[in-house]
Design a protein around this ligand. Structure first.
Ligand code: FAD
Length: 535
């Protein structure tokens, strides 16, 4: 029987990101997917700031920016009657070039190291596939479906159906990254809970070469990313990364009506071709468990959000990098049992919170849609009230920086938790260095983020010039055979920004511990963060 260390079911963005993380850590893995290869189908289109920080660490950020939307195109959002009408609401969001200039000039920890990047999922997936396949231990097999599994104390045997018929493969661990209908989740008997099938929309993909160049059409809105149309069909037009492709979501009676709806939304004659139409459902659902035994689940397999706020794939990328180093540590023999157990303890609350953020954002959008009727056009006071509400409520979708960057792992068995801690807000980011958060970004020198200097294993960050304490802590980790290095940056400016002399950073750059002196029992700290402490 064929063997691998980790079998990943699903070559979507989450499965491929996990494969890259494992491959870069020297773990052998096989990714299988039932589809014949990446498909040209519309889905997500924005990597958020945290995802781009993760891709920066993997060495992929620049490739993704080159493949994605041009750095000079603004990310503006409009609420309008059609592309030929003056917009009611225009929310300004900077182009990547403008956002990067703001980040480059930032002297504190309030901004991420990388801004967002618009890149269509159909562009991102082949790029991630190529990056994964270039790693020596990673193998990707398309046209291969997962059909079932058995697990025992040593590993998992998966049943597959592929070009050679039915086969089996044995892996030490299996991760189901197989999307909302996850066969792996169902094989484990794990349910989803929450609100399902909230709204059914059609989504269509069009090629329309001259639309971008003609914006604004008439008095219409200018260049941007999202165009919400004030109608009773929930019409929502999205620019894709080439600026030649557009997707439209709308509630219409049949597929053919999506062509007419595009013409109505544009409001002026343009040449276009409709490339795809499909139906999708809005869900707000969370899995009861994130795995069982040697089988784990990540991405849409465990959390389904309404895409408002862009917390679908982006949440899944966070799952992948939380799980990757823990699997690698366990396979290389230095992790205690609490390390893999901490995956669910850390990531399920984030999934739950992001479903809440998505609900909050979509409620805002429903609110202004509920107020709209054509009669408002005859009543300037009522129209002004609608515009005010629409602007305030729409911002809830497009301003989610707290949900993106500010999540903190609380109640984790592998973090030396400090009591209290700031509230975690969806809309604003508090750049705290409390234990459990992602290490906030600050520039060490122009172009070099503190995030760039941390090692692949644990990093003891010494900002206070306490070399002896840092070395002792690294040695305590090495006593558990965990890879650890000291990063010595005795810089008063950084010390001031981060508020402590010493930090213990995990391989995923979350802060496991902080202090101004060596902890009373460094071995106990090392035991906890490597997962060897008893619950
Ligand atoms: C219209 C729309 C817009 C969106 N916009 C955004 C956005 O801007 N930002 C964002 O973060 N998210 C967005 N999302 C959500 C995002 O697309 C998903 O969250 C993301 O695709 C999830 O990635 P995944 O890898 O977990 O699962 P998927 O992308 O669903 O991948 C799962 C893979 O598993 C494979 N598979 C399934 N079953 C099996 C099996 N039995 N055997 C083998 N393979 C199997 C499938 O073929 C598929 O390739 C949007 C979604 C939609 C529908």
């Amino acid at each position: 029987m064929e063997q691998t260390e980790v079998l990943i079911v699903g070559a979507g963005p989450v499965g491929l990101t996990l494969a890259i993380d494992l491959g870069q850590r020297g773990i052998r893995c096989r990714v299988i997917d039932l589809k014949p290869g990446p498909e040209f189908l519309p889905k997500m289109e924005r990597c958020n700031a945290r995802t781009m920080e993760i891709f920066r660490r993997m060495g992929l950020a620049e490739k993704i920016r080159t493949a994605g939307l041009d750095a000079d195109v603004p990310m503006d959002v409009f609420i309008t009657r059609s592309l030929t009408h003056a917009p009611f609401v225009h929310l300004d969001y900077p182009s990547v070039r403008a956002a990067r200039a703001e980040i480059a000039a930032c002297e504190d920890t309030s901004l991420p190291a990388e801004p967002y990047q618009l890149i269509s999922q159909y562009t991102l997936e082949p790029l991630l596939r190529d990056a994964a396949e270039a790693l020596p231990g990673v193998e990707i097999c398309y046209d291969t479906a997962f059909t079932g599994l058995d697990q025992d104390a040593e590993g998992v045997t998966a049943r597959l159906t592929g070009p050679d018929g039915d086969t089996h493969i044995r892996a030490a661990y299996l991760v189901g990254c197989d999307g909302g209908a996850s066969a792996v989740r169902r094989a484990l008997g794990i349910g989803l809970r929450g609100e399902g099938d909230l709204l059914r929309l059609r989504q269509a993909l069009y090629r329309c070469d001259d639309l971008f160049g003609r914006l604004p059409i008439g008095d219409g809105p200018g260049r941007g990313r999202h165009y919400h149309i004030t109608d009773d069909r929930h019409s929502f037009l999205i620019m894709q990364d080439s600026t030649r492709h557009w997707t439209l979501h709308a509630v219409v009676e049949d597929d053919a009506a999506m062509a007419r709806q595009f013409e109505t939304v544009v409001g002026a004659p343009v040449d276009y071709e409709m490339l795809y139409v499909g139906e999708w459902k809005q869900n707000l659902l969370l899995a009861d468990r994130y795995g069982a035994g040697r089988v784990f689940l990540a991405g849409d397999a465990v959390h389904l959000v309404i895409p408002t706020g862009g917390l679908g794939m982006n949440t899944g990328i966070g799952d992948a990098v939380d799980l990757g180093w823990k699997l690698a540590a366990t396979l290389r023999g230095w992790a205690g049992p609490a390390l893999l157990a901490s995956y669910e303890a850390e990531r399920r609350p984030v999934g739950d919170r992001n479903i809440g953020a998505s609900r909050y954002a979509s409620t805002g959008r429903r609110k202004w849609r509920g107020m709209w009727h054509e009669g408002l056009l005859e009543d300037s006071a009522a129209l002004a009230g609608f515009t005010r509400t629409a602007e305030a409520e729409q911002r809830k979708t497009n301003e989610m920086i707290g949900a993106e960057l500010g999540y903190r792992y609380t109640g984790s068995p592998v973090i030396w938790e400090e009591p209290g801690g700031p509230e975690q807000l969806f809309r604003s980011y508090d750049p705290t260095a409390w234990t459990g958060v992602r290490l906030p970004h600050a520039w060490v020198r122009p172009g070099t983020s503190l995030l760039d200097l941390a090692g692949p294993g644990f990093t003891v960050l010494d900002l206070g010039g306490n070399a002896e304490a840092a070395a002792t802590l690294a040695a305590a980790l090495e006593a558990f055979r965990a890879p650890a290095e000291v990063l010595s940056l005795p810089d008063p400016r950084l010390r001031d920004l981060y508020g402590r002399d010493l930090f213990l950073l995990r391989p995923d750059l979350h802060i496991a511990w902080r202090g101004n002196a060596l902890p009373a029992d460094p071995a106990a700290l090392a035991r906890t963060v490597t997962g060897h402490a008893l619950p």
